[in-house]
Design a protein around this ligand. Structure first.
Ligand code: NCD
Length: 312
């Protein structure tokens, strides 16, 4: 276990490649326990608090499952409308309180930067489970784990990231991590949903080789990993703008068959029409496995932040 573990995980930039590799190695060891094939009690007596101010299925349940699989306990609010935030309490005050009831906090919030703010108010580790259109670092660890398992390594792949690259927080975290690993990226999106300029410049400063495209057809033959994302309807200031790009991409078996040999298709989910269900039955489909990987990866992260000795 590394001694200088980050106290919080708010941004993927809080981790180095070595940190990420170490967490992915630990996640690998956690696989049997994550499936209940081995019982672990390392987190006995520890409490995870989940605080979600935006909808979630996978992230929240996989964090809760991860803590329970580690032998710990979970407390959570039923929904954001049921917390004192609805009475006007500040996020900082809420976090101070929740930190006195728990050993680690997982926060999802509609405002960019909310996790950083929470981390400053908290005496226990805060994990960002999505802050508006900002970051989603634990999804990225799950994504990296999935790429590594399917392709054997992260680096020598060309990754095409398609969909809502402007508002998609999973994209923002993933692109930065892939840049650190030296992965070539193709950003596939309509002009209005491309990666924000400052982010792209930052990735290029990190040495990333980036190309843009507007259709999947023009990149599919050279893509090892096709990472689809949902158009983030809830972040559009104008719904008419959303309607213009709503159904821009659709992956079907024909497209996958035209793909590079061994291509894999990923998606952080939920999908809303980006991938035809008939693709699910092909060996290229990795999105459900990707969702399942959320548990061992989050077990690894919780163990790291809580300083637990887990034999896995
Ligand atoms: C993503 C999110 O919340 O950013 N979902 C997830 O955590 N797997 C992706 C999305 O909502 O489109």
């Amino acid at each position: 276990m590394r001694s200088a573990a980050p106290r919080h995980l708010c941004h993927i930039g809080d981790l180095t490649v070595e940190d990420m590799d170490r967490l992915l190695d630990t996640a690998e060891r956690m696989l049997p326990a994550s499936r209940g094939e081995r019982v672990v009690s390392a987190a006995d007596g520890r409490i995870l608090a989940t605080l979600f101010y935006e909808p979630s299925t996978r992230t929240r349940l996989s964090f809760e499952s991860a803590m329970l699989r580690l032998g710990g306990d979970v407390i959570s609010t039923a929904e954001s409308g049921s917390t004192s935030t609805a009475k006007g309490e500040t996020l900082s005050d809420t976090i101070k309180m929740v930190a006195s009831y728990s050993d680690v906090i997982v926060l999802r919030h509609p405002r960019e930067g909310a996790a950083r703010l929470a981390a400053r108010a908290s005496r226990v580790p805060v994990i960002n489970a999505g802050d508006g259109a900002g970051q989603h670092p634990t999804q990225t660890l799950t994504d990296l784990f999935t790429i590594r398992k399917a392709k054997g390594a992260i680096a020598p792949n060309t990754v095409a990231i398609a969909g809502d690259l402007k508002y998609g927080r999973t994209v923002h975290s993933l692109a930065q991590a892939l840049a650190l690993y030296g992965v070539d990226m193709i950003f596939v999106a309509p002009e209005s949903l491309q990666v924000p300029q400052d982010m792209r410049e930052n990735l290029e400063r990190m040495g990333a080789k980036i190309r843009t495209a507007t259709t999947l057809e023009e990149v599919i033959a050279e893509t090892d990993v096709l990472y689809m994302t949902r158009i983030q309807k809830e972040r559009f200031p104008d719904l008419d703008e959303y309607r213009k790009v709503q159904n821009v991409f659709h992956v079907n078996n024909r497209l996958v068959a035209d793909g590079k040999k061994g291509i894999i298709v990923m998606h952080p989910l939920p999908r809303v029409g980006e991938i035809d269900p008939s693709v699910d039955e092909t060996p290229a489909a990795k999105y459900f496995e990707q969702a399942a990987h959320g548990v061992p990866v989050r077990m690894a992260l919780l163990a790291d932040l809580l300083g637990l000795e887990v034999r896995g």
